[in-house]
Ligand binder design. Structure first.
Ligand SMILES: NC(=O)c1ccc[n+]([C@@H]2O[C@H](COP(=O)([O-])OP(=O)(O)OC[C@H]3O[C@@H](n4cnc5c(N)ncnc54)[C@H](OP(=O)(O)O)[C@@H]3O)[C@@H](O)[C@H]2O)c1
Length: 292
């Protein structure tokens, strides 16, 4: 395939949808990952109409379901011989505590463990693309809310409740993962960065909790999804950041994440706990992890 391929999770709504549209306008072939077939078909219709491009494909899988993620990733690997950009965008601010099959609180499952698992499953395709075409990029859509978590506590993934604390911890986990994966991928030509998209008027604020209620009252002041997509699109496509990896961006500006994001001990513990929780074998990955 000559056209570069991008995959965007949470492509039916908000920042993910605007990112998918932006990538189509930049002439990428875009795989729209949505929770259900219905949502994927509707989204494909909408983005084809809004962009005038039909270079789309769809994948449906619930990101709390690790088996479904495995099956969907296999479909991507069977269909494509390249993956230039993976945008781990889907996210949730849950107000009720639900746990998936593996006993993981679902905020963590969607915001952190799904990107962890999906990135690993697609690494063979990403590294092959980097070998053949000189680069491949993973963009993790994080949040400045990670600054609210003073230190990462791996126990909260399976023992904690949902809500703002879980959201902050899950986004800190995503920054720790970005740093650790970047370190491990250094020899491969695959870059991985994390971006806070700004404060954006999207469905993430649809929950019943007080914080979401307050956000809905003032969301007229928030950025549009198109503005929110500027950071993810910059990291996915700009030559300025071609060789940048393990960095944190506030929209399109590189900045430092919270001090807790540099805790290498927490990152290593998180890595091993995550491998267990998603049942990944380090042998399954193409890269050679350096000695811990
Ligand atoms: N909006 C902000 O101010 C803001 C600020 C900082 C960071 N972010 C981050 O930006 C990212 C995008 O969020 P958004 O603001 O654009 O909110 P959004 O409009 O609610 O989009 C979230 C996307 O994630 C998908 N998703 C959630 N749970 C899923 C699951 N179990 N399986 C599959 N897909 C699932 C949603 O699908 P459904 O529509 O089917 O639920 C939706 O497509 C998130 O990572 C969020 O944390 C947002």
């Amino acid at each position: 395939m000559d056209t570069p391929v991008a995959l965007v999770t949470g492509a039916n709504s908000g920042i993910g949808k605007a990112t998918a549209e932006g990538l189509l306008q930049e002439d990428y072939h875009v795989v729209l990952w949505c929770r259900s077939q219905e949502s994927a078909a509707r989204t494909e219709d909408e983005v084809r109409r809004s962009t005038g491009s039909d270079a789309t494909d769809t994948i449906a899988a619930d990101l709390t379901d690790f088996d479904a993620i495995r099956d969907a990733a296999q479909i991507v690997k069977d269909r494509y011989d390249r993956l230039d950009v993976l945008v781990n965008n889907a996210g949730v601010l849950k107000e009720t505590t639900d746990r998936n099959e593996e006993g993981v609180e679902e905020t963590f499952a969607v915001n952190y463990l799904a990107p962890f698992l999906l990135s690993h499953l697609l690494l063979p395709l990403l590294t092959r693309t980097a070998d053949a075409h000189g680069e491949a990029r993973i963009v993790n859509v994080g949040s400045d809310a990670h600054r609210g978590a003073l230190r990462f506590d791996a126990d909260v993934m399976s023992e904690g409740d949902a809500g703002l604390t879980a959201y902050m911890q899950s986004k800190l986990a995503l920054v720790l993962f970005t740093n650790e994966l970047a370190r491990r991928l250094k020899p491969t030509g695959v870059t991985v960065n994390c971006v806070h998209p700004g404060v954006v008027a999207t469905n993430i604020w649809r929950g019943p909790g007080v914080f979401s209620w307050l956000a809905r009252r003032v969301k007229w002041f928030f950025n549009s999804p198109e503005t929110g997509a500027e950071g993810p699109l910059y990291l996915a496509t700009s030559d300025d950041v071609k060789d940048v990896t393990g960095a944190y961006f506030d929209e399109t500006s590189r900045t430092k994440p919270a001090v807790a994001a540099f805790d290498e001990k927490a990152a290593a513990e998180l890595w091993h706990r995550s491998m267990d929780l998603v049942d990944l074998d380090p042998e399954d990955t193409l890269y050679e992890p350096p000695d811990m």
